[in-house]
Write a protein that binds this ligand. Structure first.
Ligand SMILES: [Zn+2]
Length: 439
C-alpha cells in the first residue's frame, strides 16, 4: 500500500513585483507558508486590518474576463494564474499577500509564479490531502457554448479543445497534470485575446496595464505579440492553465479526467461548484459544515489526544464544531458492529441509553478541557439530572451529540446541558455535572 499524499506548503516566503492588468498600478505579491488545512488565501496588505479572502468557490464574485473573489466589500481580481501555479505545483496551504486588488500580470503566463514557488520551495506537511475521486461523469454546459465533462480517472488529466470566433485557431491539447508537466508544458502559455473582444475595453480604458508584453492579441488571422508564440498551440495550453486555477477554487485535489470544449471562467467555476455538490453527496451522513478546517472541529486522532477512552468505550467519532465558547457538537456513527448490540438485544438491536449519556459526557468534557486548556486533567462525571430517553437509536443512525456549558466554577466543577439527536429529532437528553482531577 502506498502512503497517503501529504498536504504541502511553501518552505519560506518569497516576493515579486509588477503591474496589475486592469488598473495598471504597481503591485508587490508575497507568498507565505501556511499551516495544515489552511488552504489558499489572499491577504490585502493595502487595506485596514489586512483582510483575507479564501480562494474558494463560495467567495466567487465575477467571471467576466478574469476570476474575481471577495468577502464582504473586499475583492481580489484575476486570481486564476497565481492559484493555478500554486495548485499545479502541489501547494495546498499558502497566503498570497498583495498591496493591491490584483496580482501582477507578468508576461501573461504562470511562469513568474512557478519561479516564485520554486524560490520559496515546496514542503510536505503532517496531514493527508483530501482528494475528490470522480466516480461518475459530471458535466457542465453553458449558454455561451462551453462544455466540460469529467470522467473517472486514476490521475488528474485535462483534455481541452479551444476554438476562437468563427472557428479560427482551433487547437487541442491533452495531458496529465503533475508539477513537472505543468512547468514544462502549461505554465509558459500566455493570455491571449481576440482583438474584437478587447477593442471596447481599450476604448473604455478598462485594461490600463494591458500591452503586447503581457498578452497575445489576435487580429483577423494575424497573431500580435512581443515575442513569437512559445508553442504552436499556446492558446489551448493557456486555457488549461486557467481551468486548473478555476477548478482549484473547489478547495480539494481532483482525481479525474476533465474534457473541456471552449472553456471559460464561467464554465470552469461552474464545474468547481458541481464538484462541491458531488463531494457533499459522498458524505450523506454529515452536512458540509461538518468538515471545517483547523479550529472548526476535531478528528478522531485529536479526540483521542484529549480523551483517555478507547474502543469499545469511545462514544464519539468526530467533533464537527464549536459554537462560541459554550457549545459543542460531536458525532457518533452507530453501526451493527458495536459490541453492545450482541447483547442489547440480539433480535432487536437498540443502543443502550446509558451509552448515549456516556457519549454526552465525553463530548461535554472535550469542550471543558478545551475551555480550561486542562488536557492534563481528567473529567469525572459526578451526577446526571433530568435524564430522558425519548426514542430508540438503532444501527445505521448517526448520533449528533450536543452539549452546552451552563455553569463552571473554579475550574473544578462544571455543568452541561446535553442532548443527542438522530435526523434532527431528540432521542435522549440530560444535565450532567463534572469535576476535574489531575491525571
Ligand atoms: Zn488566463
Amino acid at each position: 500500500m502506498s502512503s497517503p499524499e501529504l498536504q504541502q506548503t511553501l518552505g519560506k516566503s518569497a516576493a515579486l513585483s509588477g503591474t496589475s492588468l486592469h488598473t495598471g498600478e504597481k503591485v508587490t505579491l508575497k507568498l507565505h507558508p501556511a499551516p495544515v488545512d489552511h488552504g489558499l488565501k489572499f491577504r490585502r496588505k493595502d487595506l485596514q486590518d489586512e483582510p483575507t479572502i479564501s480562494a474558494l468557490i463560495d467567495n466567487l464574485k465575477m467571471v467576466e474576463r478574469a476570476t474575481t473573489i471577495g468577502e464582504g466589500s473586499v475583492r481580489v481580481h484575476t486570481v486564476e494564474h497565481v492559484v493555478s501555479a500554486l495548485a499545479a505545483m502541489g501547494v495546498d496551504n499558502a497566503i498570497v499577500e498583495m498591496d493591491a486588488n490584483e496580482p501582477p500580470i507578468g508576461d501573461g503566463s504562470a511562469v513568474p509564479y512557478v519561479e516564485l514557488i520554486k524560490k520559496a520551495g515546496v514542503m510536505p506537511q503532517e496531514a493527508p490531502r483530501r482528494i475528490f475521486e470522480v466516480r461518475e461523469p459530471i458535466h457542465v454546459e453553458t449558454n455561451s457554448g462551453s462544455l466540460l465533462v469529467v470522467l473517472p480517472d486514476e490521475k488528474f488529466r485535462i483534455s481541452c479543445t479551444q476554438v476562437g470566433p468563427n472557428g479560427r485557431f482551433a487547437q487541442f491539447f491533452s495531458t496529465e497534470i503533475t508539477p513537472a508537466i505543468y512547468e514544462r508544458e502549461i505554465a509558459a502559455a500566455r493570455t491571449f485575446v481576440f482583438y474584437e473582444d478587447v477593442q471596447p475595453l481599450m476604448e473604455k480604458n478598462l485594461i490600463k496595464g494591458g500591452s503586447l508584453e503581457n498578452a497575445i492579441v489576435v487580429r483577423g488571422d494575424a497573431v500580435l505579440s512581443k515575442e513569437p508564440l512559445r508553442f504552436p498551440d499556446e492558446f489551448v495550453r493557456h486555457k488549461i492553465l486557467d481551468i486548473i486555477g478555476d477548478l482549484a477554487l473547489f478547495g480539494q485535489r481532483i482525481r479525474g479526467h476533465v474534457v473541456a470544449v471552449k472553456p471559460g471562467h464561467g464554465s470552469n467555476t461552474e464545474l468547481a461548484r458541481a464538484f462541491q455538490r458531488e463531494y457533499a453527496k459522498t458524505m450523506p451522513a454529515l452536512p458540509r459544515r461538518a468538515f471545517p478546517a483547523g479550529e472548526g472541529g476535531l478528528d478522531i486522532n485529536q479526540i483521542m489526544a484529549i480523551l483517555p477512552h478507547r474502543y469499545p468505550f469511545l462514544m464519539v467519532d468526530r467533533i464537527v464544531g464549536f459554537e462560541g465558547e459554550k457549545k459543542i457538537i460531536g458525532v457518533k456513527s452507530v453501526s451493527i458492529n458495536e459490541p453492545f448490540f450482541a447483547g442489547h438485544f440480539p433480535a432487536h438491536p437498540v443502543m443502550p441509553g446509558v451509552l448515549q449519556l456516556e457519549a454526552m459526557a465525553q463530548v461535554a468534557s472535550i469542550l471543558m478541557m478545551k475551555l480550561t486548556k486542562s488536557a492534563s486533567r481528567l473529567g469525572y462525571f459526578i451526577s446526571a439530572d433530568s435524564v430522558k430517553f425519548r426514542k430508540p437509536v438503532m444501527p445505521g443512525d448517526t448520533l449528533f451529540i450536543h452539549a452546552e456549558l451552563t455553569k463552571a466554577r473554579s475550574n473544578r466543577l462544571a455543568k452541561a446541558k446535553c442532548y443527542c439527536a438522530v435526523n434532527e429529532a431528540v432521542v435522549s437528553e440530560g444535565e450532567l455535572m463534572f469535576t476535574f482531577l489531575d491525571k
